[in-house]
Design a protein. Structure first.
Length: 293
């Protein structure tokens, strides 16, 4: 049976409509329900802090350096500094009347050999983005990879669409016992002298008090005046360092002079310009010939 032009067009329209209807239905069936739609939720400050520390340690371990341990005091300092930057709307290490990280460590009676700080401001909460930006900066990268550091604390604070970040690094140590260090130095120097010259100096116990007073004067910046018999036969060496190995190295150089019969050491631990985390002030009294107490 031959179709008219009108009936042919109707049949063709029917054939076109059917696939369209199937596609629309298929698309509708494939669309997820409203309850299944997941919105992007940016990570919170604590998550960013954790991820940043992981990224820092990954960089350090890749170079064979020790991982930094999270330190609660450093994290407290970092979070407070980030909150301060967010409140001021300013990226800075220093604010008028705001204590530095080193000052906060001292206020907490912490002893440390070194410390440093990184600060950043980011338009995104992505830890990898923030970390990459810090690593691209030479000075920030040096702080992240510093071999001296032992601990870290990271603080993140969000203000509007900006994230303020503080990374605190330090080498916090147990505050040393001056009497124990004194004995260790005396024994080490006696052993050094015996190995060099075959003679063991006597430890002048009675002179320790005098040596300690001398060390206190050195720490306080008071001119040292030694009122002691036969000053020509006694030498005084005063140094300030925060590392015991460096102290021994410097004092051993002084032991290479004339024949030494006795010695006494005085040690004080305290704070001095140039050593914000604490320093040993050490006085070594060297007695030659028979001039000793």
């Amino acid at each position: 049976m031959r179709q008219t032009g009108k009936s042919q067009r109707a049949a063709a329209n029917g054939r076109c409509r059917r696939p369209l209807a199937v596609l629309v239905l298929a698309a509708w069936l494939a669309a997820p329900a409203a309850a299944d739609v997941k919105r992007y939720v940016p990570p919170g400050p604590e998550q960013i802090e954790t991820e940043l520390l992981e990224l820092v340690n990954r960089e350090r371990e890749r170079l064979g350096r020790r991982a930094l341990q999270l330190h609660p005091l450093l994290q407290e300092i970092a979070r407070a500094h980030s909150a301060k930057m967010a409140a001021e709307g300013l990226l800075s290490h220093h604010f008028p009347g705001w204590p530095t990280p080193e000052q906060k460590l001292r206020q907490a009676n912490a002893c440390f050999l070194a410390s440093s700080e990184n600060v950043a401001r980011s338009p995104t909460p992505g830890a990898e983005f923030i970390h990459a930006a810090l690593m691209d900066s030479v000075r920030h990268r040096i702080n992240i990879l510093d071999e001296r550091m032992l601990q870290a604390g990271i603080g993140v604070c969000r203000a509007g669409n900006r994230y303020y970040v503080s990374e605190e690094f330090a080498a916090i140590i147990e505050c040393p016992s001056a009497p124990e260090v004194m004995v260790a130095i005396e024994n080490s120097l006696c052993r050094f002298y015996r190995e060099k010259f075959g003679v063991t100096p006597v430890i002048a116990v009675a002179a320790r008090t005098l040596a300690r007073v001398s060390a206190q004067q050195k720490l306080a910046g008071i001119p040292i005046s030694m009122d002691f018999p036969s000053p020509g036969k006694m030498r005084t060496v005063n140094i300030c360092f925060n590392e015991l190995d460096r102290i021994l190295s410097e004092l051993e150089k002084e032991m290479l002079g004339a024949g030494i019969e006795a010695l006494a050491v005085g040690v004080v631990w305290g704070w001095k310009t140039g050593f914000p985390g604490g320093v040993f002030s050490v006085s070594l009294l060297i007695f030659e010939a028979s001039d000793r107490p």
